[in-house]
Design a protein around this ligand. Structure first.
Ligand SMILES: [Fe+2]
Length: 181
């Protein structure tokens, strides 16, 4: 029997990787933060944040970010992207809202009293988050740089920036990560 007489069986082809889950993104940032050579390769600048773009799993967008003392993001969300981040060095503080806010159709929201959350993320500690997660991340240290690893999926999320005055959250602008970085 010649090879050409074998029947041709169609094999379903996967054209793209399945979307990564938040747990997979958290696993990625944890493993990446353990790469001491990579972490040490990030240039640190006392004047501002520094970053290196990484290849995240499943087509996600990933970043290694250096935070000088006293720097932070301000309040923002990542629209329809899920994500994870984890501290590799130093300590980051995350202030977040334990509520899923409506994505569109509002400019100010008065927040309930019990939805503020604060996490201190020391080296090896991080978190995953779902869509519409609203937070701010800062390095509250007076002297020590912090370094963290971040991953988002889908990549290039919109970022909505908010100002916070007491209980009132106000949408200020929508940015793409190029603007944000
Ligand atoms: Fe964020």
């Amino acid at each position: 029997m010649s090879a050409s007489s074998f029947p041709v069986v169609p094999v379903p082809m996967r054209t793209s990787a399945p979307a990564p889950t938040a747990a997979e993104l958290l696993d990625f940032v944890r493993r990446t933060a353990e790469d001491t050579e990579l972490i040490a390769s990030l240039p640190l600048d006392p004047e501002g944040r520094t970053w290196i773009r990484l290849d995240g799993p499943g087509g996600s967008e990933a970043w290694l970010i250096g935070w000088p003392p006293g720097t932070g993001t301000g309040w923002h969300d990542h629209a329809d992207s899920i994500g994870a981040f984890l501290t590799a060095a130093g300590t980051l503080t995350e202030h977040s809202l334990a509520a899923r806010l409506p994505t569109d159709g509002w400019k100010t929201l008065e927040l309930a009293e019990d939805i503020d959350r604060t996490r201190e993320l020391t080296p090896g500690r991080g978190r995953a988050f779902g869509r519409h997660h609203v937070h701010e991340v800062l390095n509250g240290s007076a002297a020590e740089h912090a370094v963290s690893v971040h991953a988002y999926y889908p990549p290039l999320p919109r970022i909505r920036r908010y100002s916070r005055t007491g209980a009132v959250l106000r949408l200020e602008q929508t940015e793409r990560p190029e603007d944000w970085q």
